[in-house]
Design a protein. Structure first.
Lengths: 355, 237
């Protein structure tokens, strides 16, 4: 298919994303593994003059519990209804979530309530009985990447860096990984749909990089909820990621950009595990392929300090990418605490080049 | 139509997930679980279409329904708008309600998920909590996580988290009154009942298997279900 044809299809899936005044709910996985990514999102939103509100009373949506099947659907629906009630009570109507599992769950629940209004009524009664709260459904539901996508041109304009190799002038070669629950069930709710998701592609193209296609581009990272949570099942999880790495390797990607909070953790950690198990690495010269969240990449483009972005808690070092783009960093500060004191350093892996 | 099929039809996900399957196998072709496990969503849907309670009971007691990763890739691709991934959620719910989940190796794992993720939701207000993600149980997290785990408060502070503190922010301490609301939601909507059933059926099974199980996370039964792979679950291809 000609590129123009693809763009036409993408244009059919341009979702509406609110301009301002967002009620923000956090991600369990992102808070645990990439805490600075959420801080970074709030930082650039503030810098671009956007109002983002967080109600400290919000909790998990229970999505990981729901998709590992210990949490019944009515419980998950009522947990989500409580988040909507907090939004309503806080005076907001644009709901933004940091998590793809949550985004998928919110989307699925709103769709079910749309088709089965009697279920929505039942959940309203449950919420009232349990908490005394009432809610209005969001006017606009977005993932935080949708909002970042909407700001991509402004980020580019304000940016200090481009996704370009400073030595060769060539664009950085990027593979993107969209996260299953972003648009697989409801393609019209994601930018670009399920076939040609454009939310990350739009950022990469706008910021100067080259998007690399590869055969297993749309394959799951392998989270699979119970397939990772239980040690005995993790063969499923690592196999799925390995299939992707083997498939992308011939295309020599220099960066993996991710949408879902879980995917960067798996695509980062499984590179380490595969290197320990089989001595295989997927980057250049014994290095891995750096994996970033979209918030972290936006922060790099805007010139934020890499260690303020939390890139030190990635198992696959990001320095090769920083060197290519020409982003300065102080290796001596990488593992210091807030007051610049030493708290030791991680051990070096057996094969994956780390120091 | 049998009693089990009728129970499945009461689950909205079953209603939404099963229209009329033409057995084309597209779901199996796209399924990450089918690539790894001895699992075919096409066959599963075919069994459900028979409405045969004997076959459905066999399914509910089998490892088969626990192989899916709920990625929902099948939903995008089905030419008849079926959703095998949603049918799996309905089957797993019924298997736990009936106590059938303890009859399979993969099903028995539900107790370990309940005692980790389930416990953390109610205790902390998060599905995952960093102090509980131990390097021992998560060697795949690697040396960076090990370093982070050993210096959790300082690393979280460096990364701008509000770990275990009041107010907004990453990993903030969620106020007790909000945690109380979550518990009330679980009581009201069947979440607590689901947890009690997972515990109760697991205790019976542990006794039957002669494996020690107490209230902690450190007992022989939990260790067993968390790590045991006593048969080949993988696909032959």
């Amino acid at each position: 298919m000609k590129l123009e044809g693809k763009r036409l299809i993408w244009n059919e899936y341009q979702k509406e994303i609110a301009d301002d005044n967002y009620f923000y709910v956090r991600s369990c996985v992102r808070q645990n593994f990439f805490p600075a990514a959420e801080k970074t999102f709030l930082r650039y939103m503030k810098e671009f003059g956007k109002n983002v509100f967080e109600n400290p009373s919000h909790t998990t949506c229970s999505g990981i519990g729901y998709h590992s099947d210990i949490v019944p659907i009515e419980t998950a629906m009522t947990m989500v209804a409580r988040q909507f009630a907090l939004m309503t009570e806080s005076g907001y109507e644009n709901f933004v979530t940091s998590c793809i599992t949550s985004f998928g769950l919110y989307t699925e629940i709103l769709d079910t309530w749309h088709h089965f209004p009697e279920i929505e009524e039942k959940i309203r009664v449950h919420l009232r009985n349990a908490t005394g709260r009432e809610f209005v459904k969001p006017k606009n539901l977005a993932h935080a990447s949708d909002v970042t996508f909407k700001l991509r041109k402004e980020i580019s304009k304000a940016g200090k860096y481009r996704l370009v190799n400073q030595n060769t002038g060539e664009p950085i070669r990027v593979v993107e990984h969209i996260g299953c629950h972003y648009s697989r069930m409801f393609p019209s709710k994601g930018v670009g749909g399920a076939e040609y998701p454009y939310v990350l592609v739009g950022m990469i193209e706008e910021w100067g990089g080259e998007v690399i296609d590869y055969p297993e581009r749309r394959h799951c990272c392998g989270f699979g909820f119970r397939q990772y949570l239980i040690k005995a099942n993790r063969g499923y999880s690592i196999s799925a990621s390995k299939k992707k790495f083997e498939s992308m390797k011939p295309y020599k990607p220099e960066l993996i950009l991710t949408n879902c909070p879980g995917c960067p953790m798996f695509l980062d950690r499984w590179q380490y595990t595969i290197s320990e198990m089989e001595g295989i690495t997927y980057g250049e010269k014994g290095q891995g392929i750096p994996v970033l969240t979209y918030e972290e990449l936006a922060g790099l483009i805007l010139g934020y300090d890499p260690w303020d972005l939390g890139l030190q808690v990635h198992q696959v070092p990001v320095e090769p990418l920083l060197d290519k783009i020409g982003i300065p960093y102080d290796p001596e500060r990488k593992f210091l605490d807030k007051d610049e004191n030493s708290i030791g350093k991680p051990k070096s892996p057996s094969f994956l080049k780390f120091y | 139509m049998g009693a089990l099929f009728e129970k499945l039809r009461q689950d909205i996900r079953f209603v939404e997930g099963l229209k009329a399957c033409l057995n084309c196998g597209t779901c199996t072709a796209i399924c990450p679980a089918a690539e790894f496990y001895n699992y075919q969503p096409r066959k599963l849907v075919d069994i459900l279409q028979t409405r045969d309670d004997e076959k459905i009971e066999e399914l509910l007691k089998s490892d088969t329904i626990w192989y899916c990763g709920e990625c929902m890739s099948c939903v995008t691709r089905c030419p008849r708008n079926n959703a095998p991934g949603l049918l799996i959620t309905a089957l797993r719910s019924l298997s736990q309600e009936m106590g059938y989940f303890v009859e399979s190796e993969k099903g028995r794992q539900q107790l370990a998920i309940k005692r980790t993720v389930g416990h953390w939701i109610l205790k902390y207000g998060y599905c995952l909590y960093p102090s509980q993600i131990t390097p021992e149980n998560h060697p795949e997290q690697g040396p960076v996580w090990e370093w982070e785990f050993q210096n959790l408060e300082k690393v979280m502070e460096r990364l701008g988290a509000n770990y275990q503190k009041a107010g907004p922010g990453v990993l903030r301490a969620i106020p007790q009154e909000d945690l109380d609301e979550i518990k009330k939601i679980f009581d009201e909507t069947g979440g607590t009942s689901r947890f009690e059933k997972i515990e109760s059926f697991s205790r019976q099974k542990a006794e039957e298997m002669g494996i020690q199980l107490d209230d902690s996370l450190q007992n022989d039964y939990i260790k067993h279900i968390y790590t045991a792979v006593n048969k080949d679950h993988t696909t032959e291809s």
